[in-house]
Design a protein around this ligand. Structure first.
Ligand code: ZN
Length: 138
């Protein structure tokens, strides 16, 4: 059983080739054969599942130990990865570095400069090119 769903589309926001939201991956149709990009987005789906499992477990424990009235808060766990990704720069950096490492390992690209450039320019990570190279290839 696949742990993700892929939808190929003609347009994505912000000039990205692919996105992952929860278990749903969207990839531009022109990158349909890019195994590395799919691997990148699948990495984000795995991150979403891991954070979901951790936060849901923690929420269940807190609910059982403190008050069952907190149970509705468990619904927030679905968005934990997205919230961490958006608001916690070290998490976003870790998340993208892991995804680009997987993409590079899978993609068989002739050059991997695109990954360095993406980490420097696209995710508000405050990284220099040397720092990005060290994170990706160090
Ligand atoms: Zn990514």
């Amino acid at each position: 059983m696949k742990f993700y769903l892929v939808h190929y589309t003609e347009k994505l926001a912000n000039g990205f080739g692919g996105t992952a939201q929860g278990p749903l991956i969207k990839i531009l149709s022109k990158y349909k054969d890019d195994a590395g990009l799919l691997a990148h987005e699948k990495t984000h789906v795995r991150q979403w599942y891991v954070v979901l499992a951790l936060v849901l477990s923690l929420s269940a424990l807190v609910t059982l130990m403190v008050s069952s009235s907190l149970w509705p808060l468990c619904g927030l766990t679905l968005f934990s990865h997205q919230l961490l990704y958006r608001f916690v720069r070290p998490y976003r950096r870790w998340s993208e570095v892991r995804a680009y490492r997987k993409q590079i390992a899978t993609g068989g690209y002739t050059s991997n400069e695109f990954a360095v450039n993406a980490l420097v320019e696209r995710y508000d990570l405050n990284l220099s090119a040397d720092e990005a190279k060290a994170l990706l290839f160090g």
